[in-house]
Design a protein around this ligand. Structure first.
Ligand code: ADE
Length: 226
């Protein structure tokens, strides 16, 4: 899996690419994540990437030329081009599973007040990570890259993501570690029993209870299943 990310703030990705599971996945060549500075593609003598919007009213708008040229340079036969925007489809675990099957993604991060409408014609898909507005698409592209990378074979143990919240439309069951008694709060007896069938039953019940309390919509919609 290769993920190319187009941004005007490449430095935002330094910590993300050099930490924990994402870092290890890159080192083990399970995913190839490349950050591309959109400015590099600008044909403007001052490497400008944005300008005032026609008609006035809004701030700076990302220009189409650098982004069209970047996509043209990076796109291959099996590439899916995705635009980060609050106007896109709301991101869900189901989309993460679908995207994890792709060979090559290009994620375009919008910025400032917006991007020229013609950039939309490049995209196979537009994604929003939630109903709020960020200063740019960078954090959204990291959310998507992170959630996809952990689903790639070999990145984490398969069992870890098969038990994730949202698989089977249930939130995660509670987990505990040492000590058995912390400030009077005890680990449930059943987890210490070594009785695997009872433990599985307990976890299923707890997951259902939690989902009913916190996210009853998941039980009704059933649309998060990966
Ligand atoms: N850019 C700004 N806000 C965003 C959001 N909520 N999702 C994706 N991209 C964005």
């Amino acid at each position: 899996m290769k993920i190319d990310i187009l941004t005007i703030f490449p430095e935002m990705f330094d910590g993300f690419l050099n930490t924990s599971i994402i870092k290890r996945a890159i080192q083990n060549k399970l995913v190839d994540i490349q950050i591309h500075d959109i400015r590099k593609y600008s044909k403007d003598p001052h490497k400008k990437v944005d300008d005032y919007g026609y008609g006035g009213g809004r701030g700076m708008v990302l220009m189409p030329q650098p982004i069209f040229d970047a996509v043209d340079d990076l796109k291959k036969e099996n590439t899916k081009v995705i635009l980060m925007t609050p106007q896109g489809v709301t991101y869900k675990q189901k989309i993460a599973y679908d995207l994890a099957k792709e060979k090559h993604l290009i994620l375009i991060c919008g910025h400032y007040e917006g991007f020229d409408e013609r950039i939309r014609t490049l995209a196979d898909m537009e994604i929003s990570i939630g109903d709020y507005v960020l200063t740019g698409g960078e954090l959204a592209s990291m959310v998507i890259t992170d959630s996809i990378t952990r689903l790639i074979d070999g990145v984490i143990e398969k069992e870890s993501h098969l038990n994730d919240s949202f698989n089977s439309n249930l939130l995660d069951y509670p987990v505990y570690t040492k000590p058995i008694d912390f400030k009077g709060m005890k680990v449930p007896e059943v987890l210490l029993s070594g009785h695997h069938a009872n433990i599985a039953k307990y976890r299923q019940n707890e997951a259902l209870k939690k989902t009913k309390q916190r996210r009853p919509d998941l039980l009704e919609n059933g649309d998060n299943n990966g």
